[in-house]
Design a protein around this ligand. Structure first.
Ligand SMILES: *[C@@H]1O[C@H](CO)[C@@H](O)[C@H](O)[C@H]1NC(C)=O
Ligand SMILES: *[C@@H]1O[C@H](CO)[C@@H](O)[C@H](O)[C@H]1NC(C)=O
Ligand SMILES: *[C@@H]1O[C@H](CO)[C@@H](O)[C@H](O)[C@H]1NC(C)=O
Ligand SMILES: *[C@@H]1O[C@H](CO)[C@@H](O)[C@H](O)[C@H]1NC(C)=O
Ligand SMILES: *[C@@H]1O[C@H](CO)[C@@H](O)[C@H](O)[C@H]1NC(C)=O
Ligand SMILES: *[C@@H]1O[C@H](CO)[C@@H](O)[C@H](O)[C@H]1NC(C)=O
Length: 796
């Protein structure tokens, strides 16, 4: 008898999971509805793993969606209105006649489940992530699984003609630039789209043509995805990882970068650092394995848009960059491509202009589909001259005595060590021009002189004035039209807060997040859905400036906008109170992440190095007014919820008291990361940041601090010295000794250490610029053997 109770109890426990994974639905009866609102009401599946309801997308509106409901990272697997967000107050209803209808307050109705037969008895959110309309006998009359957006879940199938369309960006769910389809002939293919339409452009991946056509793609319970023929024979595997559904959530998503990936997420609730990882598998968990090399074709920009190039980053994801002399049209949407950052060559006098142009060499880069001329049996000098004296030529590529000329816009750019091609990017030296300047100006002066001549009577004068007005306003409207969609420098004006508002938001400055050179940072909550959490920095030790100056500096900071910077949201300037309001970064600072208990994996560190480098490149060269950070160190690099590295505290150097920058005791930068010129009264340039970045890069590679007393050998105490010694003695493996992933990636380790050594040269002019650093980190440009940096200690 003693045993019967626990026995019974165990039996009950065993029964529970079985019964919930079975077919018992929590039924949603006809007539039920949900409203798009702040409190995010939703219908969840019996296990709670999935939910159906509204998700707010920034300020743009609400998305009717299905998402993983138990993990902190918002992961949407299906949506009904990705191109047509609805406003607050809209509702979705399972109508009494069994339709699923989305309607907004203006009375517009969007039918989601169309052509549903009669006989719908109830709706249900299933534990598989499938939302169904079912009949009395529990037959599915409609299911969300039949209308996939960008994601497939285990037990979901894709039938003939079915397609997944990538989202536009990571957090913009509207139709993007890539698709994955099971063609009506039964072939699996991936296409770029003719954006903004979703029509097929060029295929960049496909299953080998089978003798028997495929019939269906099955994503089975154990995580295998394969194409089957009508009689059930497996024709091709897409993914072949065997992952236990009990321990892991999984999904296969066509990401915004055009790669179809299989992801897993451990179900066990533990560390807050969990995120979606690629599944481990015998086949590649991502197809195509290198999209940079896959996209081709005479139309369309390729994987990275026009005038750009694509290379696989440290995390094996495609990374888009602009060649030297080019900048992103929109740094927040790099796939829009790049534009020339200089005035193009004057075709009226190309020979007079040749002196104004030079080439930037890019080994192993190619834009294979844009040749307009090809020469063989020529040498490289000939190729350079031919391109220089040709105003159409924007890029020349040279290989084995072959020379190809390419014009703007060039497309499908990629970098791959196997190419052996040398690309020569033609750029204007120092932006000099000899020809007449802007044509637009010429035109309006012409009109004004013309009208002055015409103006012989008052009447004519008035008439011509109206004419000029109409013409000029049209011209400027046209100009606006041309400029607006490019969105070159998106900037948000920071909001002005009152001290009271911030005091309330931080609960009276209660929760301290940290403190630094400028004062203390507090956590706050604006109780606003878009930016719920904030970090409020209370500035101390500031220059006694006029309000005007403070707000000018704040505006400069506020105008910056880059995914690797912490965005300034607002400020407070009230009497003696000066505060800055930033986005809250949920994963804390890099110093804790990097030097904490467990070592972050190698590819994550590589990614962080590239993130910081890109953020700095933006501050130095791409934003509207150049910003020198002056205090790059792990404490000032923060990690957002997706573990992207973001630079904080930039633009503050100017707000500091003048005399502080002069005295060496209260130097702005932090010891060890500070460039030698600080101590020598030399002018401070962007090269001080390059120096600090070099030290940071070594720390990232070796996963240790710049000084460490607790080391085996004395000559390991100063990281910079030790790293150079290892490099000189060709023993770089010592630096990453216990790190298997890095040991298998020694080529990259070497490249990173070499560029770091270049960055910490004592002579600022020897240090590379940030653009070069980014290109080297990405492998786009080769790095030469660095000289010895003067010993770190002796330079102080
Ligand atoms: C998503 O990107 C597209 C294309 O740039 C844009 O038209 C749309 O407004 C964006 N949607 C959101 C929600 O930001
Ligand atoms: C759901 O509705 C169906 C049909 O009316 C019914 O057979 C089933 O028992 C219901 N399930 C639950 C859990 O209410
Ligand atoms: C997927 O296809 C299999 C085999 O054709 C079928 O048994 C299963 O019901 C389908 N799944 C869904 C959700 O339709
Ligand atoms: C899924 O497919 C693989 C490969 O065909 C097979 O080995 C496995 O047993 C399947 N799993 C289930 C649950 O059907
Ligand atoms: C399915 O069809 C293919 C081609 O017609 C054939 O080779 C294969 O044996 C068939 N498989 C089954 C299980 O019938
Ligand atoms: C070169 O001049 C163009 C046009 O005047 C300008 O937009 C661009 O920013 C300049 N580039 C550099 C690197 O100064």
């Amino acid at each position: 008898m003693d045993f019967s109770l626990p026995h019974c109890f165990c039996f009950f426990l065993l029964l529970l999971p079985i019964s919930t994974s079975g077919q018992t639905y929590r039924n949603i009866s006809l007539g039920s509805y949900l409203t798009a609102a702040k409190d995010k009401s939703s219908w969840t599946s019996p296990s709670g793993d999935f939910a159906f309801g509204f998700q707010q997308v920034g300020d743009a509106g609400f998305l009717l969606a299905i998402w993983f409901n138990k993990i902190p990272e918002r992961t949407i697997v299906w949506s009904a209105n990705r191109n047509d967000l609805v406003r607050r107050g809209s509702r979705v209803q399972v109508t009494t006649d069994g339709q699923l209808v989305l309607s907004d307050q203006s009375g517009r109705r969007i039918r989601i489940a169309d052509s549903v037969e009669n006989g719908v008895a109830y709706a249900a959110m299933l534990d598989t992530g499938n939302f169904v309309l079912a009949s009395q006998s529990a037959a599915n009359l409609w299911q969300s699984f039949d209308q996939p957006t960008d994601t497939m879940l285990p037990t979901q199938n894709l039938s003939l003609g079915g397609e997944l369309i990538a989202p536009y960006l990571e957090r913009n769910y509207s139709d993007g630039r890539y698709k994955f389809i099971l063609s009506t002939e039964g072939n699996l293919q991936m296409y770029t789209t003719r954006y903004p339409s979703t029509a097929n452009n060029v295929a960049y991946w496909s299953t080998p043509s089978p003798t028997v056509g495929g019939y269906q793609v099955i994503y089975n319970q154990s995580g295998y995805m394969y194409l089957v023929a009508k009689n059930g024979t497996v024709l091709n595997f897409v993914f072949s990882s065997s992952v236990s559904m009990q321990d892991f959530y999984q999904r296969a998503t066509l990401d915004y970068d055009g790669v179809f990936r299989q992801y897993v997420y451990p179900k066990a609730a533990a560390s807050r650092r969990r995120r979606w990882n690629m599944a481990w598998t015998s086949l590649s968990p991502s197809i195509p394995s290198n999209i940079c090399l896959s996209t081709r074709g005479a139309v369309g920009g390729g994987a990275c848009g026009y005038n750009s190039y694509c290379s696989l980053g440290g995390d094996q994801r495609p990374s888009c960059q602009c060649p030297s002399g080019y900048t992103f049209l929109d740094p927040n949407d790099v796939r829009k491509g790049c534009k020339q950052n200089f005035v193009s060559q004057d075709c009226d006098q190309p020979s007079e202009e040749t002196d104004n142009f030079d080439f930037m060499d890019m080994p192993n880069a190619d834009w294979p589909d844009n040749d307009y001329e090809h020469f063989d049996s020529v040498d490289e000098d000939w190729c350079r001259q031919a391109c220089l004296s040709d105003c159409y030529c924007a890029v020349a590529t040279f290989k084995d005595r072959n020379c190809w000329k390419k014009r703007i816009p060039f497309s499908n750019g990629r970098i791959d060590p196997s190419y052996g091609t040398k690309a020569l990017i033609k750029v204007r030296i120092g932006n000099s021009t000899t020809g007449p300047s802007s044509k637009k100006n010429d035109r309006s002066t012409l009109i004004i002189t013309g009208s002055a001549l015409l103006g012989s009577s008052v009447f004519l004068n008035v008439l011509s004035l109206i004419g000029i007005y109409v013409f000029i306003s049209r011209l400027s409207r046209q100009k606006q039209k041309m400029i607006q969609p490019l969105n070159v420098m998106p900037g948000v004006n920071p909001v002005s807060f009152t001290y009271n508002e911030l005091e309330t938001a931080t609960g009276g400055f209660k929760e301290e997040l940290g403190s630094g050179a400028f004062g203390t940072v507090y956590k706050g909550d604006l109780a606003n859905e878009d930016t719920p959490l904030i970090a409020v920095k209370k500035l101390e030790k500031m220059v006694e400036q006029g309000e005007q100056e403070f707000e000018t500096e704040v505006k400069v900071i506020g105008r910056t906008n880059h995914k690797n910077l912490v965005q300034l949201l607002g400020f407070c300037n009230e009497g003696q109170h000066r505060l800055l309001v930033y986005e809250y970064m949920s994963n804390g600072s890099l110093s804790i992440y990097l030097f904490g208990d467990s070592r972050p994996n190698w590819y994550r560190r590589v990614q962080i190095a590239c993130d910081v480098a890109r953020g700095l490149l933006y501050l130095h060269e791409e934003c509207s007014s150049q910003i020198i950070h002056c205090d790059i160190k792990p404490q000032n690099i923060l990690l957002d919820e997706s573990l992207n590295a973001r630079i904080s505290d930039f633009g503050l150097a100017k707000l500091l008291k003048r005399d502080q920058t002069k005295t060496t005791t209260a130097i702005r930068g932090t010891k060890g990361y500070v460039a030698p010129e600080w101590f020598k009264n030399l002018p401070v340039t962007t090269k001080v940041d390059i120096y600090s970045f070099g030290i940071l890069l070594l720390e990232l590679v070796c996963c240790r601090k710049k000084f460490e007393l607790d080391v085996m050998e004395e000559d390991q105490i100063v990281l910079a010295d030790w790293a150079y010694d290892c490099f000189k003695e060709a023993k770089l493996d010592l630096l990453v000794e216990a790190d298997e992933e890095a040991m298998e990636d020694m080529k990259r380790v070497e490249r990173f250490v070499m560029v770091a050594i270049w960055c910490i040269q004592e002579d600022p002019s020897l240090r590379p610029g940030m653009k070069k650093v980014v290109q080297i980190l990405e492998g786009a440009v080769q790095v030469s053997i660095p000289p010895e940096p003067t010993s770190f200690i002796s330079s102080i």
